[in-house]
Design a binder for this molecule. Structure first.
Ligand code: MV4
Length: 659
């Protein structure tokens, strides 16, 4: 076994690999970009080396810098994690060239699975079932249209070089074929520099089922059962589970054999995943991922195995620890991916600081794989995943309930997350019944993304009591802030105070009367009896008419975020005395509506512009957003240049309204 390994990755997967290496007594070497000097994976490793600036191209994707760090540290092996260089055959070769073991398959196996069409041809020869279709060399329209007719409509055009749904077109009828082919080819050429396509029968309600496989250098190859990853949106997995609901033993056996045959056909070594789409009783090969996957923990949870342990053993030349007949699964495991993203804004990634990050405690019985801590920043440079949360149970229902109960105990404030969306998925009746396919999220969009409900009485009470407690206590540190006022009960000579909140456009009014240790709260005219205190963890323990709850209340200026078990709400405190500072400021700055990259700057400092005139173009999530003048006026400052990355809320342009 190795004495020291380098992890060529960051975040939760780097922490995950470190955990197993540590247990095996292997020294760990982290690498980090300039954005990650204080990151958790760096703190957890035995040694750490800087590898360059924040953009991944110049750090986590730089083969020479990673190899140099490995050589300096004396690491005998490199674990690539997932993403970044994990499926880069050139990196695997560079490691070998430097005398370092790449913890992964041989470069030839990575390359063999890199092209869809070539992989399908190889799988066909190995007897692995394929979706009826065409993946030959001929690429002229006549030939492909003929293949489509032969397969039968609807058909799917896929980019041969593709992945992740790019260059993919569903064609319902023959008259639409030519136009779809042209647009698929255009997209494939621009995304992959290769416009070749293949044709498949389009399955309308498929499941995404993947088999975990493992192979060693001694000719052994086995599978570790399946995972169902059908709950996706835009080809991003949201929920993963094992076993697949409704999977029969026969089908599992057949899929397992097909997956092992696929691995053997490319001389596979190490951990890999063979993806199938399944519909009815049929299943078909899709692609093979030549890495350890994000969702491997659900397989670990049902088998009791440590897949990183196996990867390291296999890479060190050992035999697989178990034979196929000795691998057993028990119970059910479900994983969700907790992201810094805003479901209400089409799941746009969110950047910012995790001002509050409290995880469910050990009693929740969950496995949480994370690479961030409270206070860390989610930046524009990397994947905004906060954690993978995994629950195991004797049966699927127990696992789902455990996962939902644990997620409900998460307390995150400072940035928007998909937590509430995940909770709605986990409680959706069709999902709970196991009746879903890859179209689940799209089909149930309205139900999973409800219009934001107004903050409940509990949230208004919590925000109000937190404010009163803060004012009664040490204050805010800023003596001019309304939050600092200690004499508030006497402000208006009465024993009550009106707390005016705004939720979006809606005013929300709370009148508070101090009644000894308790309060009488009139929340929008209706009276409640309430008490509250700050817990040692800094949360607000509240009793509202006898109902007790613990909520996180976080204040940023006049904006208050309340996070509870079943939602989070944002309220703006309207100070009756202070001038409308927020409004005054709003005219003077044009800020980034979302994290992104400046594509064009269309006005210079000093320019006089008309209302509605485009000043800057921001590129985010592959879309362009125009920043326009809010009124006639003058551009005072332009703070960014084309190519600059900006965080959400960053001031792009200083602007003075005319007059
Ligand atoms: C398909 C399909 C239906 N029929 N192929 C999407 C990404 C790529 N890896 C394969 N994908 C699909 N291929 C045929 N012949 C439907 C999908 C698909 C999908 C597959 C797995 C998980 C989620 C999906 C969401 C939409 C479409």
């Amino acid at each position: 076994m190795f004495g020291k390994i380098l992890i060529a990755n960051r975040g939760e997967i780097a922490c995950r690999v470190i955990r197993t290496a540590r247990r095996l007594g292997i020294r760990t070497v982290a690498v980090y970009s300039e954005a990650d000097a204080a990151a958790l994976h760096v703190a957890q490793a035995d040694e750490a080396y800087p590898i360059g600036p924040a953009p991944a191209r110049e750090s986590y994707l730089s083969i020479p810098r990673l190899i140099a760090a490995a050589q300096r540290s004396g690491a005998e092996a490199v674990h690539p994690g997932y993403g970044f260089l994990s499926e880069n055959a050139g990196f695997a070769e560079a490691c070998a060239g430097a005398g370092i073991v790449f913890v992964g398959p041989p470069p030839s196996a990575i390359r063999a699975m890199g092209s869809k069409a070539a992989a399908k041809a190889l799988m066909e020869r190995a007897g692995v079932p394929l979706v009826p279709g065409y993946h030959g060399e001929a690429q002229d329209e006549r030939h492909l249209a003929q293949a489509a007719r032969h397969v039968g409509y609807p058909v799917l055009i896929k980019a041969s070089a593709g992945g992740g749904g790019k260059g993919m077109r569903v064609v319902e009828t023959p008259d639409k074929f030519a136009a779809s082919l042209a647009s698929a080819k255009r997209e494939a050429a621009s995304a992959f520099g290769d416009d070749r396509v293949l044709i498949e029968k389009y399955l309308t309600r498929p499941h995404h089922i993947e088999m975990q496989i493992f192979a060693d250098r001694h000719g052994n190859a086995i599978h570790l059962f399946e995972r169902d990853c059908s709950i996706q949106r835009r080809h991003q997995k949201v929920v993963e589970e094992a076993p697949a609901p409704g999977m029969s033993d026969e089908r599992r056996h057949a899929m397992g054999e097909a997956a092992v045959a696929a691995a053997c056909a490319v001389g596979y070594v190490g951990a890999g995943t063979v993806e199938f789409i399944a519909e009815g009783h049929a299943f078909y090969f899709m692609e093979m991922n030549t890495r350890l996957q994000v969702e491997h923990p659900v397989t670990e949870a049902i088998t009791g195995l440590d897949l990183v342990d196996w990867q390291l053993r296999v890479a060190a030349g050992e035999k697989l620890p178990l034979r196929q007949e000795d691998v057993a699964a028990r119970g059910h495991a479900v994983e969700v991916r907790l992201y810094a993203e805003d479901p209400a804004r089409d799941f746009l990634p969110v950047t910012g600081r995790l001002r509050r990050l409290r995880m469910p405690d050990a009693a929740s019985g969950l496995r949480i794989d994370t690479g961030v801590r409270e206070g860390d920043t989610v930046s524009v440079h990397y994947d905004p995943m906060i954690a993978k949360v995994i629950a195991w149970g004797e049966d699927r229902g127990t696992a789902l309930r455990r996962l939902a109960a644990g997620l409900a105990r998460y307390r995150i404030a400072g940035l928007t997350t998909n937590r509430d969306f995940l909770l709605r998925v986990l409680r959706q009746p069709d999902f709970v019944a196991g009746a879903f396919d890859t179209g689940f999220i799209e089909r149930h969009r309205a139900e999973l993304l409800p219009v934001p409900a107004p903050a409940p009485r509990l949230a208004l009470a919590a925000a109000s009591l937190a404010l009163l407690l803060e004012q009664a206590g040490a204050g805010s540190g800023d003596p001019h802030s309304p939050w600092h006022r200690r004499d508030f009960w006497r402000l208006n000579g009465a024993s009550w105070r009106d707390l005016q909140w705004a939720e979006g456009e809606a005013p929300r009014l709370v009148r508070a009367y101090w009644r000894g240790p308790r309060y009488r709260l009139e929340i929008e005219g209706e009276a409640s009896d309430a008490a509250a205190e700050i817990t040692p963890a800094g949360d607000l323990a509240i009793d509202l008419d006898g109902r007790r709850a613990e909520l996180t209340v976080l204040r940023q200026g006049d904006e208050v975020t309340v996070v509870g078990d079943d939602g989070s709400w944002r309220l703006l405190y309207i100070d009756p005395v202070a001038p409308r500072a927020a409004e005054a400021a709003a005219g003077g700055r044009l800020s980034a509506p979302m994290p992104g990259k400046v594509a064009q700057v269309l006005a210079a400092a000093g320019a006089k512009v008309k209302r509605g005139q485009a000043l800057m173009v921001l590129e985010a999530m592959k879309m362009e957003h125009t920043i326009a003048a809010p009124a006639d006026g003058t551009v005072e400052r332009v703070n960014y240049a084309p190519g600059d990355l900006v965080e959400e809320g960053a001031e792009l342009i200083g602007f003075a309204v005319e007059g």
